[in-house]
Design a protein. Structure first.
Length: 642
C-alpha cells in the first residue's frame, strides 16, 4: 500500500518497501490461484481451498492494515484511501468473502505501484541532474602538468582544462580560450553559448568545440547545479494549497463515507454493495491530482532553467498582476560599457583614445578602469611604467618615452593643471584621458541593458502585467533612461532596502499581486514580501537566492513570461484533475450504492478508482511536454527613449 504521504515521490526506503509489497502481491496471487484450482479439482476438500485463500488474504492484508494504521496519525487523502481499503478488507473477512479479501488488496497494491512508478515522479529528474554533477576533470597542477581526477576533488581556486566534448566539471570563470557550450541541462537555453576569457560558466554544461582554461569558483552543493538539485528536492516536499484544503476536511469525508456505506447495507442488506461503496469512495485520484500536477509543473520549469521552491509559488504565479523589478543586475547586466567617446584634441582619433584608455585602465582595479581595459586586446596596449593610482580620482603613469599619461575623473586633471574644457553632461561614470599635459578626450560609460529586457517587459504586458515599476537604489536620471527604453513609466529611484519593502507592501495593500524581480542583497526584503519573488540565478547574491521563491538559473528575463504561462497551464490541469477525481469518485460511489457494480462490486470499484488515477496522471503528464523556446531577440520591439 502507499506510504500515507501526500505526494508521489519515492525515497530509496519506500522503493524497497514497494518492491517487497509487489513480491507479496505476486505470492498471494499464486496462493489465490492454487486455492481456486484446489477447490475446482477437489471440491470435497473445500477446507484446504479455504486455507489457501485465507493464507493469501493474510499475506497481502498485513501491509494494508499496517499502512492504514500509520495513516491514522495524519489526515491525508492517501491515508483515507488506506483506511477505507482496510475497512473493506476487514468487512470481506467478516462476511466470509475471501475472494474479495484477497483480490482487493492485490488490485490496490498493483495500482499504487503503477502510480508511484509513473512518469510524474520527479525523483528520476533529480537523479538525472545529480548525474550531471559527476564527471572527470583535467586539473592543471602548479608545475603545469594536467592530472585527470574526479570532479568531486576540485576546490575553489583550482584551474582546469576543458577540451571539446568534455563536461564542465564545476562552476568557474574562463581564464583563456574560446568555446561554444551547451547549457541546456542547466539553463534550458537550446542555443549554444559562447564562452571566452572573463565568462562565467556552469558545471554540467558540455563543451561543443574549442578549448578553455577555467578557474573553479564553486563546487558541490555551492555550485549552480548543486543549488538546482537542492531546490528541486525542497520543492518535492512541499504541498499545493489545494491539497492542504482537501486534507483539512479529510476526516469529515471519512465519516460521511461510513454513513453512506451503513445506509447502503441497512437499506439493501447487500454486503457486496457496502464493500463497493467503501472502495469506490477511496479518493485516490483526488489525492494524486494536486501533487502530480505540481511535480510535473516544477519538473517542466526546471527543464527551462526555472527553479520553483514549492508548488504554492507555482500556483501563485498565475495570479500575479503587476511587476516590480530592480535595475542594476536585473534589467541591466551590471557591467559598464563605453556608451560614447568624445575626442577633444584635434589630432587624436577615437582608436588612439581607446588605446590609451585601455592601456591605463588595465593597471587599475576600479570598475570603470576594468571596463575601459576591454576596449582593445592586451597586445595592442601601450607599455607603462611608474604607475600611480589616486583612489577615487584615476591613474597616472609614464609611457615608454617618458610622457606622462592620465586617466580619470575631471578632478584629476584639475589637480594636474590640465584644461579639459566643458565636462559633458552625462548620468553615468565619465573618464578623461590626457597625454603630456594635453587633454585628449572623454569616455562616457553606462551600464549594459540586457538585450532581452524590452522583449521580456512587452511579453509580460501581453500577459496582463500592465502595471510595471522599476525599483532601484540608483540615481533617478539613470533609472528613468533605462525605464524609458523598456516602455515603463513608473520609476522609484534612490530606494534603500526598507523603501523597496514599503513599495511592495503598498501594492499588496492596494489589492495588487506583484511579482518582484531582483538580484542583490538590497532586494532580499522586497523579494520575500512579494506574492512571488524571482531572483536572477547567474551572479545573484546568495541572500537574494535564499529569499526568492523562483530562481532564473540563466538570468534570462524572457523566462518570466514562461513562468506565468506555465503556471496558468498548471492551474488549468489542476482544476481538470480535481474535477475528474471528484466527479469520478461520486459516480462510482453512486453506482456502488445502487448495486450497479455487480456481485464483484468491490473489485470493480477498485479497478475503476485506479483507472481514474491513471487518467489524472496522464493529464498531469501532459505538462512534462510543455516546451517554450525563447523568442529571438531581434523580435524585441524598439521603443523610443523619448
Amino acid at each position: 500500500m502507499s506510504s500515507g504521504r501526500g505526494d508521489t515521490m519515492l525515497t530509496p526506503a519506500e522503493q524497497g518497501r514497494a518492491a517487497r509489497q509487489l513480491t507479496l502481491a505476486m505470492s498471494a496471487l499464486g496462493l489465490f490461484g492454487l486455492g481456486l484450482a484446489w477447490g475446482s479439482v477437489a471440491p470435497q476438500q473445500a477446507g484446504v481451498a479455504q486455507l489457501l485463500l485465507g493464507a493469501a488474504a493474510l499475506l497481502v492484508g498485513a501491509p494494508v492494515l499496517k499502512a492504514a494504521w500509520r495513516s491514522l496519525r495524519s489526515a491525508e487523502l492517501r491515508g483515507i484511501s488506506n483506511q477505507l481499503t482496510a475497512l473493506a478488507m476487514i468487512a470481506a473477512w467478516a462476511t466470509g468473502d475471501l475472494v474479495t479479501a484477497v483480490l482487493l488488496p492485490i488490485v490496490m497494491i498493483f495500482g499504487h505501484v503503477l502510480e508511484e512508478r509513473s512518469v510524474i515522479g520527479s525523483h528520476d529528474a533529480i537523479a538525472a541532474l545529480s548525474r550531471l554533477t559527476q564527471s572527470r576533470a583535467r586539473r592543471i597542477e602548479a608545475d603545469g602538468t594536467v592530472v585527470d581526477i574526479d570532479n568531486r576533488l576540485l576546490k575553489a581556486g583550482d584551474r582546469v582544462e576543458i577540451r571539446a566534448g568534455d563536461r564542465v566539471p564545476a562552476d568557474g570563470r574562463v581564464i583563456d580560450g574560446r568555446a561554444s557550450l551547451d547549457t541546456a541541462p542547466i539553463t534550458g537555453e537550446s542555443v549554444p553559448v559562447d564562452a571566452s576569457a572573463g565568462s562565467d560558466i556552469y558545471g554540467g554544461a558540455i563543451n561543443l568545440d574549442g578549448w578553455l582554461r577555467v578557474e573553479v569558483t564553486r563546487t558541490g552543493r555551492e555550485s549552480t547545479l548543486g543549488k538546482v538539485i537542492a531546490l528541486m528536492q525542497q520543492a518535492e516536499r512541499s504541498k499545493p494549497p489545494i491539497t492542504r484544503l482537501l486534507e483539512r476536511h479529510a476526516q469529515a469525508y471519512l465519516v460521511l463515507v461510513l454513513l453512506i456505506a451503513a445506509v447502503t447495507y441497512f437499506s439493501t442488506q447487500n454486503a457486496n454493495a457496502m464493500l463497493a461503496v467503501l472502495v469506490a469512495a477511496c479518493p485516490s485520484a483526488l489525492a494524486l491530482s494536486a501533487p502530480a500536477t505540481a511535480i510535473a509543473g516544477i519538473a517542466a520549469a526546471a527543464r527551462h532553467g526555472i527553479l520553483i521552491r514549492g508548488s504554492a509559488f507555482l500556483e501563485q504565479l498565475a495570479d500575479t498582476g503587476s511587476l516590480i523589478i530592480d535595475k542594476t543586475g536585473t534589467l541591466t547586466l551590471g557591467r559598464l560599457r563605453l556608451q560614447q567617446s568624445q575626442c577633444v584634441a584635434a589630432t587624436i582619433t577615437h582608436e588612439d583614445l581607446h588605446r590609451w584608455a585601455a592601456s591605463l585602465g588595465s593597471v587599475s582595479s576600479h570598475p570603470v578602469s576594468r571596463a575601459l581595459a576591454m576596449l582593445c586586446p592586451p597586445e595592442q596596449r601601450m607599455a607603462l611604467t611608474s604607475v600611480h593610482e589616486s583612489p577615487g580620482l584615476g591613474v597616472v603613469a609614464q609611457s615608454a618615452d617618458g610622457t606622462e599619461a592620465l586617466l580619470g575623473r575631471p578632478e584629476l586633471f584639475a589637480r594636474h593643471g590640465i584644461d579639459t574644457g566643458a565636462v559633458p553632461a552625462h548620468d553615468g561614470p565619465i573618464a578623461g584621458v590626457a597625454l603630456g599635459g594635453r587633454f585628449l578626450g572623454w569616455l562616457l560609460m553606462a551600464d549594459t541593458l540586457r538585450p532581452e529586457a524590452a522583449l521580456a517587459m512587452a511579453d509580460l504586458r501581453s500577459l496582463g502585467l500592465l502595471r510595471q515599476q522599476v525599483l532601484t537604489g540608483d540615481r533617478r536620471s539613470v533609472a528613468e533612461r533605462i525605464a524609458a527604453q523598456l516602455g515603463i513609466h513608473d520609476v522609484q529611484a534612490e530606494a534603500l532596502p526598507e523603501h523597496k519593502l514599503d513599495c511592495v507592501t503598498r501594492q499588496i495593500a492596494q489589492g495588487l499581486r506583484p511579482m518582484v524581480v531582483g538580484d542583490g542583497i538590497n532586494d532580499s526584503l522586497a523579494l520575500k514580501a512579494g506574492v512571488v519573488g524571482v531572483a536572477m540565478g547567474a551572479g545573484g547574491a546568495d541572500i537574494a537566492l535564499a529569499s526568492a521563491d523562483v530562481v532564473l538559473i540563466g538570468s534570462d528575463l524572457r523566462r518570466l513570461g514562461t513562468c506565468v504561462r506555465l503556471s496558468r497551464q498548471c492551474r488549468r490541469s489542476l482544476l481538470a484533475n480535481v474535477a475528474l477525481g471528484l466527479l469520478w469518485t461520486l459516480g462510482i460511489v453512486a453506482a456502488a450504492a445502487f448495486g450497479l457494480l455487480g456481485s464483484a462490486g468491490a473489485i470493480v470499484a477498485a479497478l475503476l478508482q485506479h483507472l481514474s488515477s491513471l487518467l489524472v496522471l496522464i493529464n498531469a503528464g501532459r505538462l512534462l511536454r510543455f516546451h517554450e523556446p525563447l523568442p529571438r531577440l531581434r523580435e524585441a520591439p524598439l521603443i523610443d527613449p523619448a
